[in-house]
Design a protein around this ligand. Structure first.
Ligand code: BGC
Length: 422
């Protein structure tokens, strides 16, 4: 048995007390390492507002940005970090993937923050359900993006004597007119997530919300191989005829820049594209137009950005992580972030007075489509199916887009097979 000299004991107690005091003093000065893929103009502005919010609480933001629209590269990097036991505090993880990470046992429980801040009452249930793993909050939602948008340059339309299309027939008339006027009709970036983004808007517009749900959410084989899917695939492939030959590999924000400059007339993209227009000093209704993708005005493909929080050991960092979660849901942040990002607040009843008409339309349609059944999760943005099935279906869609020898019938057979990926 060890006997301590009383003085040593006293010294030890004093040291322990001062360590405790130190911990208390630094309790508000933790660090949050944040993995995200918000690197374009509008995205970076939005990310900066998150950083500023965190720093205002006295915490430090450690930036872990992995460029690449849609986040595929970020997710690959995240996996290797977590596998090596070095998870970031917060990562931009969305939809069913939150459940996949929850099942790995690596996510932190945010129930105390959620309870103290009344999240259950402030969030639509479709949203809060996704943020919970086995009934406990493990992620915090940031915003709501709408994916089924068509963006256009009004000057370009005017030059071509064409109008903003609302149906697919009108779309191809406008596309032909732009082509004749020497303007690239559709700005596209040939990356598989962008092909998929266009595809889901076409499928929604051609087949309607019920078809979309059966095919791309429930993955029903008979719907994936049906006359409506045939029409959707054929229409999708026809859109390619109106893209330029340099589309392959182009980043989405560079495609948006083509519309901003009037080199291209239109772009299919979620409303993070609006963040680019706004960051370039452009005003909706005047310098650019937004409309639901043809045929999809009564529907809304939602894409909710969220941060999942990973289990951490350092108590100051755990506190900083909780601070970040609470700050994200605060009304001021919800407003500032979405004004830059092009999205709408995820929190219910945030005042929309400062938002533009595209955002107001989005907020109105979000509520309306929730009642009519037109509110559907975006498959291209990780909201609808498992990440494995999504990846397999996305690959088929891009192969079809890029391979002229592949028929729509062959693509449907491959879609049915891909949908079985677990
Ligand atoms: C994300 C957006 C992001 C976009 C482009 C989407 O999947 O939800 O936040 O701006 O990809 O990177």
């Amino acid at each position: 048995m060890t006997h301590f000299h009383p003085t040593i004991k006293k010294l030890q107690t004093a040291a322990a007390a001062s360590a405790l005091l130190g911990a208390a003093l630094t309790a508000h000065a933790g660090e949050v390492e944040v993995l995200h893929y918000w690197t374009s103009g509008g995205e970076a502005k939005a990310a900066a507002s998150l950083k500023a919010t965190l720093q205002a609480k006295g915490d430090t933001w450690k930036d872990f940005a992995v460029a690449g629209g849609g986040g595929d590269s970020a997710m690959t990097v995240l996996k290797s970090r977590v596998v090596s036991g070095n998870a970031p505090a917060a990562a931009q993880i969305k939809g069913p993937s939150i459940q996949e990470w929850g099942a790995e046992g690596v996510l932190a429980n945010l129930d105390d923050v959620a309870k103290a801040n009344n999240w259950d009452a402030l969030l639509p249930k479709v949203v809060s359900d996704v943020m919970k793993y086995k009934g406990s909050y493990v992620a915090v939602p940031v915003n709501v993006h709408r994916v089924n948008w068509l963006w256009a340059n009004p000057e370009a339309l005017k030059k071509a004597n064409a109008k903003m299309p609302t149906t697919w027939d009108e779309f191809f008339v406008t596309a032909e007119a732009l082509k004749k006027a020497g303007i690239i009709p559709v700005a596209h970036g040939g990356q598989n997530w962008q092909d998929f983004t266009t595809f889901e808007s076409v499928a929604l517009g051609v087949g309607g919300a019920d078809f979309y749900k059966k095919a791309l959410v429930q993955l029903d084989p008979a719907t994936l191989k049906s006359p409506t899917m045939l029409k959707a695939l054929t229409t999708f492939k026809h859109v390619k005829d109106f893209t330029d030959k340099n589309a392959a590999g182009r980043d989405w924000n560079l495609a948006t820049a083509m519309v901003i400059k009037g080199e291209a007339g239109m772009q299919f993209m979620g409303d993070w594209a609006k963040g680019e227009f706004v960051a370039a000093g452009k005003a909706p209704g005047k310098d650019f137009l937004c409309a639901a993708a043809p045929g999809s005005a009564g529907a809304f493909t939602f894409n909710i950005d969220s941060f999942a929080m990973f289990k951490l050991k350092n108590t100051a960092n755990v506190q900083a992580q909780k601070n970040m979660a609470a700050a994200i849901m605060a009304p001021e942040f919800q407003e500032t972030f979405s004004l830059n990002k092009g999205s709408i607040p995820v929190r219910l009843n945030v005042d929309m007075a400062k938002f533009d008409d595209c955002a107001k339309q989005s907020a109105k349609d979000f509520v309306a489509t929730a009642k009519t059944g037109g509110l559907v999760p975006s498959i291209a943005h990780g909201m609808a199916v498992s990440s494995a099935a999504e990846g397999a279906i996305k690959d088929v869609v891009s192969q079809f887009w890029n391979t002229d020898t592949m028929t729509a019938e062959q693509a449907m057979d491959r879609l049915v097979a891909a949908a079985k990926t677990k």
